[in-house]
Design a protein around this ligand. Sequence first.
Ligand SMILES: Cc1ncc(COP(=O)(O)O)c(C=O)c1O
Length: 336
Amino acid sequence: VTSEYRPPSLTEVRLGRQRLGTLVRRTPVWRWRGRRLDEELGAETDVLLKLELFQYAGTFKPRGALLNMLDLGREQLERGVTAVSAGNHAMAVGYAARALGTTAKVVMPRSANPARVAGCRAYGAEIVMVDDVHEAFGEVRRIEKEEGRAFIHPFEGRLTATGTGTVGLEWVEDVPDMEAVIVPVGGGGLCAGIATAIKETNPRCLVFGVEPEGADTMHRSFESGRPEAIDRVRTIADSLGAPHAEPYSFAVCRHYVDELVKVSDADLCSAMELVFDEMKLAVEPAGVAATAALRGPLAARLRGRRVGVLVCGSNLDAATWMEYVNRASSRAAPNR
Ligand SMILES: Cc1ncc(COP(=O)(O)O)c(C=O)c1O
């Protein structure tokens, strides 16, 4: 890794966690015990869920947003921030702006889930609705220039990776002897930070990244050796639908991630049904991607291992959640 793309050091991640203090929650790690999972993976497989869905604003995203905003000078912070997002980043920036006593203006596409738009508005953010993603980026650049607001990126940069690294830091502090962790990948900022914290403390722990089949930018980027873009995003895991990779998160993932795997929408629906049935968690599709990978492409390799599985978010309205769970239930065998 060249110095431009140097991962955050463990010291930076520790300092980042101190800086975040009580602005974020230290989320719990919870051992999954359940008959159905035991039957699939063998009862000797130890599955340790990091329940980041209980974070403020419903996902890990405030950690990175806050560290970026805490790094702005006082004058810049007072001028406010801007962001573009279909949902979870919007909510995180809204939460962070309120927590730090400033204002946020967030550009969202009209296709964004209404529950997330409402969630962002509830934190007091001003929302600008646009028709598509291209328009969104133009609009956010205009706001940045004309209003002097600082642009907060959803996944790129060292401070963002330092923020997501704090998830990994808490996790290894709670469970120092994990043999593998599984982390969902959208733009890759989440996985870059967690992989850094894990490998810097326990280099033997394997790090797996998971992408949906319909949004596999990081797979393509690993293959070509540089950040790639895709034309269309087709997955129910909208939070993992980054249309392109960026150089920093790509470089850090490339350096620390052992392997990437893919899961289908059907795998995601099935995992949503299982985590509800056995763990009583109502999780959005992106939030169960790691569980889906453990049950699917990684099942044989991780059998009998001590595995960390990230549950990274849960911002979804009840009707959409139910629709996805019902898709899985209607496929499940009777009298299972
Ligand atoms: C719930 C959830 N999981 C995973 C991700 C992926 O994070 P990244 O884009 O840093 O890979 C996101 C991104 O918004 C998210 O909201």
